[in-house]
Design a protein around this ligand. Structure first.
Ligand code: CU
Ligand code: ZN
Length: 200
C-alpha cells in the first residue's frame, strides 16, 4: 500500500468511528430510550409479607382509656403483642380481639363479639380451646396504666386467623376466662382497629 492509499483508509476509518459515536449518542441522548435502560425500582414494602401491625385505641364516650397496641410476627410463629394503655381503673381488665374492625358505636358494640374464626368456646389463652381473640386480661397499676407484653401463639397476619382489620377492645372489668360467650368482662372502655404497620 502506498502512502496516499493508506491515508484514504485512515480517513475512512475515522469517518466510521465518528458515525458510530454519533449513533450511540443519539440513542442515549433520548430521554425515552434512557428511561427504558434504567433498572426497575425496588418493590414497595407494601407488596411484601406483613410483619407488623398496630391499633390506636380510643376511649368510649365520656371515657379516658386510650393507648397503642403493637403486633409483631414472633420468630417462632405467632404474634408478639406489646403496648401501653392509660386511663384505666386500677386492676384487671379483659383484653380481646373482636370480630369487626369497627369502633364507630359509642359503646363499641359495632366491634361485634370475640374474634372466633375456629368456632371455639370462650376461654383463657392457655386453654386448649378458646377464641382466637381471647388475649386474657391486662393489669392496670395505681396510675391507671397497663403495659402489655404477650405472645399469641396462634396469632397471624394472614389466613383466617389474621388479626388485620379486626378490633382490639379493653373492658371495664376482668375477664373471668370461663363465662360464655365473653368472660363477663363488662362494658367496652377502649377500641382500636388493627392496621398494617411499616416493616422494621
Ligand atoms: Cu372483649
Ligand atoms: Zn372470648
Amino acid at each position: 500500500m502506498n502512502r496516499a492509499a493508506s491515508s484514504v483508509v485512515a480517513v475512512f476509518a475515522l469517518g466510521l468511528a465518528a458515525f458510530g459515536a454519533s449513533a450511540l449518542l443519539g440513542q442515549t441522548a433520548s430521554p425515552a430510550a434512557g428511561a427504558k435502560l434504567a433498572p426497575p425500582p425496588p418493590p414497595p414494602a407494601a407488596t411484601g409479607p406483613v410483619t407488623r401491625a398496630a391499633a390506636q385505641l380510643r376511649p368510649a364516650k365520656d371515657g379516658k382509656v386510650e393507648g397503642t397496641v403493637n403486633f409483631t410476627a414472633a420468630p417462632g410463629g405467632g404474634v408478639h403483642v406489646t403496648g401501653k394503655i392509660t386511663g384505666l381503673a386500677p386492676g384487671t381488665h379483659g383484653f380481646h380481639v373482636h370480630e369487626f374492625g369497627d369502633c364507630s358505636a359509642a359503646d363499641f358494640a359495632s366491634a361485634g363479639g370475640h374474634f372466633n374464626p375456629t368456632g371455639q368456646p370462650h376461654g383463657a389463652p392457655k386453654d386448649a380451646t378458646h377464641h382466637a381473640g381471647d388475649f386474657g386480661n391486662i393489669e392496670a397499676g395505681a396510675d391507671g396504666t397497663a403495659t402489655i407484653d404477650y405472645t399469641d401463639a396462634g396469632g397471624s397476619f394472614d389466613g383466617r386467623r389474621s388479626v388485620l382489620g379486626r378490633a382490639v377492645v379493653v373492658h371495664a372489668n376482668a375477664d373471668d376466662l370461663k363465662t360464655q360467650p365473653s368472660g363477663n368482662a363488662g362494658g367496652r372502655v377502649a377500641c382500636g382497629v388493627v392496621g398494617v404497620a411499616k416493616p422494621e
